[in-house]
Design a binder for this molecule. Structure first.
Ligand code: TYD
Length: 134
């Protein structure tokens, strides 16, 4: 798994004069069933989230409100993806280090996750992540 597997999905949008509605169906619009959702909000200016990689977890990040940047690193290559649309979701596959920065004021980051929370699934240091890649 590399950062090339971390792609942007565009979800369906139903627009009428009352506004927009977007929906995401597990294993249909995204390649896994959703076991957990969580969201980041009230992020103070200048704060950084993430700073870890996962062994088995797939996640989709959605900027429900506002915007932020997701920096991805697979041990070889890096890329940064700017998220600013509730209609788009960035998949982060296992074995990719991520840092989320530049949160705009009022930003909400919704995360759809393929597994329940497990601390054992985390690489919390770049050192442990890099050595697992060798
Ligand atoms: P962490 O994954 O480090 O957050 P972020 O990716 O935003 O930097 O999680 C922060 C804390 O919250 C950590 O103590 C683990 C806990 N946590 C849960 O209990 N359940 C969850 O689903 C998540 C994502 C985190």
């Amino acid at each position: 798994m590399t950062i090339n597997n971390c792609i942007l999905y565009t979800f369906p949008k139903i627009h009428d004069r009352r506004g927009n509605l977007t929906f995401v169906e597990g294993a249909k619009h995204i390649p896994f069933n959703i076991k957990r959702i969580y969201y980041l909000y009230d992020v103070p200016g200048g704060s950084k989230r993430g700073g870890h990689a996962h062994k088995n977890l797939n996640q989709i990040l959605i900027a429900l409100s506002g915007s932020f940047d997701v920096m991805l690193y697979d041990g070889k290559e890096k890329k940064t993806v700017h998220l600013n649309s509730p209609q788009q979701g960035l998949i982060i596959v296992p074995m990719v280090w991520r840092e989320i920065i530049n949160f705009s004021s009022g930003a909400v980051c919704l995360v759809l996750a393929s597994e329940y929370y497990s601390e054992d699934d985390y690489f919390r240091t770049l050192k442990s992540f890099r050595s697992s890649l060798r």
